[in-house]
Write a protein that binds this ligand. Structure first.
Ligand code: ZN
Length: 154
């Protein structure tokens, strides 16, 4: 059976950045299961997996455009420290939920803190990064009708 739309695929993967640092890995865990052709995983990886079979191993380099997108400078904002008055100590690396201009809740990461101001970044942490995936295909099965309808694995 090949990987194609409306099939549930299980993969083991290791994700490294352009410096070879491991960002994420399924090692020691259950494989990642996703519904192929439903945008469950980043576009570049989904495209590389198309047509593969169980046992296939691949190494894929994914540019930001096919991954988490380029860094959007509009999502990096400096706000007054007083916007965090309910937080005892604001430090770089902390994550907060904020409302995006469209009203959708979005996760922002604190990048810089000064006496009066806090700079937060609402880009995906992997935005702008070239990603390297080492992937092995461990299982492929047909999606159930419900899974295909819902667009995700049950
Ligand atoms: Zn569902």
């Amino acid at each position: 059976m090949k990987i194609e739309a409306k099939r549930i695929v299980s993969i083991h993967y290791k994700l490294t950045d352009s410096d070879g640092e491991v960002i994420d890995s399924s090692e020691g865990q259950d494989p990642l299961m996703y519904l192929h052709g439903a945008n469950n995983i980043i576009h570049g990886l989904e495209r590389a997996l198309e047509g593969k079979v169980v046992g296939d191993q691949l190494n894929v380099t994914i540019q930001p455009e096919d991954g988490y997108g380029p860094v959007n400078p509009d999502l990096i904002q400096t706000v007054p420290r007083s916007a965090f008055q309910n937080v005892e100590k604001v430090e770089p690396g902390m994550k907060f939920e904020a409302s995006a201009p469209g009203g959708e809740p979005t996760l922002v990461t604190v990048e810089r803190v000064t006496q009066d101001e806090v700079t937060v970044n609402g880009n995906h942490p992997l935005a702008g990064q070239v990603l390297n995936f080492d992937v092995s295909v461990s299982d492929i099965r047909e999606a159930s009708e419900d899974e295909a309808d819902h667009g995700h694995v049950h």
